[in-house]
Design a protein around this ligand. Structure first.
Ligand code: NDP
Ligand code: BG6
Length: 484
């Protein structure tokens, strides 16, 4: 298969927070990979902006180090790094002060696409929007890219939307959820809406339940200060898992266009029922030989923030009434594995009798790692001795099926930044989507806070607290194994 790289128009991209962790780990190496792939045209500029006193040469050294550390394998010709670095600049700029803005403005060119990436703490988003406007950098065609977290609750998300709306039109605002940039997440839409096979069965009549798991092996590491104020609900469920849920549950949009897709996602979020507290399990990882427990990681011996959450949700609409959606995500679990499993109902009648046991079709979409799909189908166990049944997976690893193209698929951030330059908002969250997600999330958080709920401790390297297993067992179901 031939990979197609369509270059974008030349651009000026300002990265506020250009010296920070996200810029170093993801944004800058990602841009370099797009440059190597021929997607970032010559004549484009990348301008780092932060308070640090750096000149272009100093910043280029930092960018080169970041690429060496986080860039991965580059299929780049000799001299490409130098060519890339020649398009990189730095302007010392204070988001809360007036320093640097005039110089930054002088670097912007009228005939190039303008994008401003807010890769700074959320408390600075409003300051940046206001100064971009006041110092004349914001043109009617410029775009801003806003990192997560987008608000802490409904009220703060509304306030942030209102602040941004004072200076930018909704069509200029790109709210990042990097899960939407993952290759396999987009594949969810291709699988559902590009095949005739699945869609007729994709409803409560045929689907018993759906499981969404995003398991991580890492703990909260050096991000304890942020994480302890968020927890798994705000950090992962309100955004990443919500987006996965939307893509798996939404009605087919009329077109693969930004508002058509986002309208359908919004309907799913608005149709989510409040979750009964008996259907929520929260956990905190304990300590083991490999590292401290959650409370030590966040340096709060009394913390009640969850590093794991599992819940059973319902979507009140014609398609899904009665089909539960089980969500779970957590840190320090046994494997890094993200998967969506659509578990179909039993055949209405078994002609093979009770001895044949219970067999179900399961379509499992592996998001990471080893992206691919398996479809469990029931077959006859080989050999003589009667009709015994067996479930076997039809297994398609995308890496096997697509060869080198699968390995070359751009990282989520690379793809999303290129979409910003192209002006395509399909894979970005609209303001009303984010607010609807908080409107569903807030009462759940308030509920466990009012009950003084204490998360259950779970063993690092496990699948989470026992209660999460019980959440399924009570319904006569079970979680799929967390495995890489
Ligand atoms: P860091 O703390 O590593 O970096 C913050 C950046 O902001 C630095 O470049 C800092 O540079 C700059 N900065 C701080 N204050 C100012 C100011 N007053 N004016 C201008 N620049 C300023 O944060 P991260 O890179 O980790 O995170 C950035 C954003 O991305 C946050 O919103 C975070 O929630 C989000 N995010 C990060 C992820 C990650 O993996 N790191 C993952 C998902 C989201 P200087 O001190 O020189 O001014
Ligand atoms: C981030 C969360 O948005 O996503 C992190 O803040 C989490 O806590 C990360 O670790 C997971 O992303 P990925 O791409 O590694 O699955």
């Amino acid at each position: 298969m031939v990979s197609r790289v369509i270059p974008v128009d030349p651009f000026d991209l300002v990265i506020f927070g250009g010296t920070g962790d996200l810029a170093r780990r993801k944004i800058l190496p990602g841009l370099f990979r797009r440059f190597c792939a021929g997607q970032m045209p010559e004549g484009s500029q990348i301008i780092g902006a932060a308070r640090s006193e750096l000149d272009d040469a100093g910043y280029r050294d930092m960018v080169a180090d970041a690429i060496a550390e986080f860039g991965g394998q580059q299929a780049c010709e000799a001299g490409t790094l130098d060519a890339f670095l020649s398009s990189v600049h730095f302007v010392t700029t204070d988001a809360k002060g007036d320093g640097g803005w005039v110089e930054l403005n002088s670097k912007m060119r009228d005939d190039k696409v303008r994008a401003f990436y807010f890769s700074v703490g959320p408390s600075l988003f409003g300051d940046l929007a206001e100064r971009l406007h006041r110092f004349g950098l914001a043109t009617p065609d410029s775009r801003i890219v806003v990192e997560k977290p987008f608000g802490h609750d409904l009220e703060s998300a509304k306030a942030l939307n209102a602040t941004l709306a004072q200076h930018f039109d909704e069509t200029q605002i790109y709210r990042i959820d990097h899960y939407l940039g993952k290759e396999t997440v987009q594949n969810l839409m291709a699988v559902r809406f590009g095949n005739m096979l699945f869609e007729p069965l994709w409803n409560a009549q045929y689907v018993d339940h759906i499981q969404i798991t995003v398991a991580e092996t890492v703990g909260v590491g050096g991000r304890g200060g942020y994480y302890d104020k968020s927890g798994a609900m705000r950090d992962m469920v309100q955004n990443h898992l919500m987006q996965l849920l939307c893509l798996i549950a939404m009605e087919p949009p009329a077109k693969f266009e930004p508002d058509a897709v986002r309208d359908e996602k919004l309907k799913v979020i608005r149709a989510l029922e409040p979750v009964d507290w008996h259907h929520i399990v929260r956990g905190q990882y304990g300590a083991d030989d490999d590292g401290p427990g959650y409370r030590d990681d966040v340096e709060d011996p009394k913390s009640r923030t969850e590093s794991f959450i599992a819940m059973k949700c319902h979507i009140s609409n014609w398609r899904w009434a009665g089909t539960p959606f089980y969500l779970r995500t957590g840190k320090r679990l046994k494997a890094r594995a993200s998967e969506i499993a659509v578990v179909f109902k039993d055949a209405p009648h078994s002609i093979f009798g009770a001895d044949a046991g219970r067999h179900r079709n399961v379509l499992a979409i592996r998001l990471q790692p080893n992206e691919g799909m398996t479809l469990d189908v029931t077959i006859k166990e080989p050999g003589p001795g009667g009709m015994r049944l067996l479930d076997v997976p039809l297994d398609m690893s995308f890496a096997d099926a697509l060869g080198p193209d699968a390995e070359e698929a751009p990282d989520a951030y690379e793809r999303l930044i290129m979409d910003v330059i192209r002006g395509n908002q399909t894979l970005f969250m609209r303001g009303d989507e984010v607010e609807a997600a908080w409107a569903w999330t807030d009462p759940l958080i308030e509920g466990w806070q009012a009950r003084n709920d204490v998360p259950k401790t779970y063993d690092p390297g496990s699948s989470g607290p026992e209660d999460a297993l019980m959440l399924m067992h009570r319904d006569g179901r079970k979680w799929r194994e967390v495995k890489a």
